[in-house]
Ligand binder design. Structure first.
Ligand code: NAD
Length: 291
């Protein structure tokens, strides 16, 4: 069994990006600048956004954090987005989800200019992805694809089972794994809350991507010997022994599943850091698109 280290792969991506930023600076080019919009003060969202801003600083990007109150109206938020769309200094930006209930997330997602959509959630970005045209890939599935590439994991002709069909993880993941390229060329089964006999399906998977959002849902009896398992889930579990008061676990019961796997990504240290690295990659791409 080999651990897929998202830390190792993302460090490599980030150091390559840092070198590229140095080269951009030397030739007097535009230094990439990412903005992140945070609405309200949800603890987990704050943690994610801070990690993204910190990652920008580390690779030499410019970064702007736009903090807005949870009470902001949808119209005012859409106005803020329009300002970012028109701000020439900002190459790409994200609006951290989830948003407060009174704001329509789809409307907000569609208000972001596709040229600055570094989260890859805009219908234009997703449409291009489906057609295998150059586009901003959604950051989490993009990160998973890059992990599979880094570890040279064979995908052609394999059976890939994805658990979960969200717009940001499961659905785009299933499309990427079926594309006629590497990593891809899998036979893909996309499972969801209405799927029957889930374990019968997961046991057939050569590659199993778990994005169900339920702590330690995937158990050893659901996995074939020699499978590759990618755990997308992130859950905070209270833990008094930790300084923060919590620890992170995933959607996979790691201790019992890992011994059966050829490759497995852990939580923390798996998909999470890759999502941030992909966001940085997309921001670099956004600068090149402007040029
Ligand atoms: P979501 O809640 O939007 O989607 C969950 C999916 O699971 C749904 O499509 C649902 O149909 C499916 N599902 C529910 N019950 C099922 C069942 N019994 N059998 C099969 N499918 C079932 O979640 P999401 O946004 O895709 O996120 C999933 C997890 O990944 C969460 O824990 C989230 O925190 C985490 N996440 C991590 C990152 C990262 O960077 N590591 C990024 C995004 C999401």
């Amino acid at each position: 069994m080999k651990i897929i280290s998202g830390i190792e792969v993302s460090d490599k991506i980030k150091s390559d990006i840092a070198l590229e930023v140095e080269a951009i600076k030397l030739r007097g080019g535009k230094v990439p600048h990412l903005a992140a919009v945070l609405v309200g003060n949800d603890g987990a969202s704050q943690t994610y956004v801070n990690a993204k801003v910190k990652a920008c600083e580390k690779v030499g990007f410019g970064s702007t954090l736009v903090e807005l109150p949870a009470t902001i109206s949808e119209t005012d938020l859409l106005n803020e987005i329009e300002k970012l769309n028109n701000n020439k200094e900002i190459d790409g930006f994200i609006v951290q989800l989830p948003l407060p209930k009174h704001i329509n997330e789809q409307k907000v997602t569609e208000a972001i200019s596709p040229l600055k959509d570094v989260d890859g959630f805009h219908p234009v970005s997703l449409g291009k992805m489906v057609l295998n045209l150059p586009s901003f890939l959604p950051a989490t599935p993009y990160g998973i694809v890059e992990m599979l590439r880094h570890y040279n994991i064979s995908t052609e002709g394999k059976h890939c089972v994805v658990i979960g069909r969200s717009n940001i993880v499961g659905s785009p993941m299933s499309i990427l794994m079926a594309r006629n390229t590497y990593p891809g060329n899998c036979t893909v089964t996309l499972t969801h809350s209405k799927t029957q006999n889930l374990a019968e399906i997961t046991k057939q998977a050569d590659i199993l991507i778990v994005a169900i959002g339920k702590p330690e849902f995937l158990t050893a009896n659901m996995v074939k010997e020699g499978a590759t398992v990618i755990d997308v889930g992130i859950h905070r579990i209270e833990d008094a022994t930790k300084k923060s008061g919590f620890r992170l676990i995933g959607d996979v019961k790691f201790d019992e599943v890992a011994p059966k796997c050829a490759f497995i990504s852990p939580v923390p240290g798996g998909v999470g850091p890759m999502t941030i690295a992909s966001l940085l990659k997309n921001t670099l791409l956004a600068v090149r698109r402007d040029a």
